[in-house]
Design a protein around this ligand. Sequence first.
Ligand SMILES: [Zn+2]
Ligand SMILES: [Zn+2]
Length: 349
Amino acid sequence: MPPSTRRKAAPPPLGEARQSQVLQLYGPGAMVDLPDYSLLIGGLDFWNNKGCDLIHEPRLLQLVRQATGMARVDLRTPPKEVDPLKNVSGSIKAFRFPEWSVAQKVSERVAFGIPCRARPLVHFNDGCIADWRTYQDDEGKYPVVPVRFVMACAHGHLSDIRWRDFCFRQFGCKNSERLYLLEAGTGNDFTQIYVQSEGGTTRKLADALVTEMSPLGLCQGQTPWLGRNARDPDKCKTDGEPTQNRLLVRSATNAYFTETLTVISLPEEANSLAKRVTELKDDLALIEAQADVAAALKFNPRLKSAFTGVDPELLWQSIEAQRGGITGQAAQPKDEELALLIGPMDGVS
Ligand SMILES: [Zn+2]
Ligand SMILES: [Zn+2]
């Protein structure tokens, strides 16, 4: 199985998602199964910003600043289609993940005396994989499906299982025999799933669950949603010790959680200055001082219609506040929501 030297440049797969799906299911790092591919949604750096409207919601912004420790944060809606006729559309880039697949070429092999259905377990870089979708050998072509098992750590790092290392119980294993995934029974019972090399070296997948053996190795801090070889710069540790990788079934309901911050949107002074400044932030970007305000309004029709009649000093202050994240001490979001929804309560702070 010589590694392929060909460069595989399949066109990126296309899928569509509604904005609510993007928030709930397809956030950065989410694993997604499309009919022909299994994907990992890329981080925000891999999203384009077409159709991403700026959101003016100061209390939510404050929560995000607190949660991230970042002073400068923009809130935007997910990308969306802008102009279908001109083919201008928002997009979210995803990576193929996992990189290991199972070829749908069934043979019979025996593991520890038990006859099993065996299918080749192949990495996309193996010479026998044409385009992530087809496995080819002397006997023909067979479709591949992404392997169901990957590994992750409690800190959210994620990677493919190093199947050779696992099978041969050796870190950085250089053996290049064909690997097979073997299943006895229905394939849902871990104790009836095995990895086996062409030569017969066999290990049951259930070993991956016995953490005392460190069967999947130590977490390397991989963050594949930020790029294929991306990883955290700091060593992944738990209670001062290196973190163990754990087996993760891709389709498991606990495989991905979005981190969501929520505030109830409260009615604000309609069309307030701060709101308009946030929404027109990109148009206002060229203004570097109060002295620039007049010219910007004169030459940009959007700014002109939004800010004509506004005192330039006031506008400049508002722009600076928007840019610098100078929020002062705003009320805690939950308190403010309560105050507005139930009205003022005497004697309750
Ligand atoms: Zn980790
Ligand atoms: Zn970590």
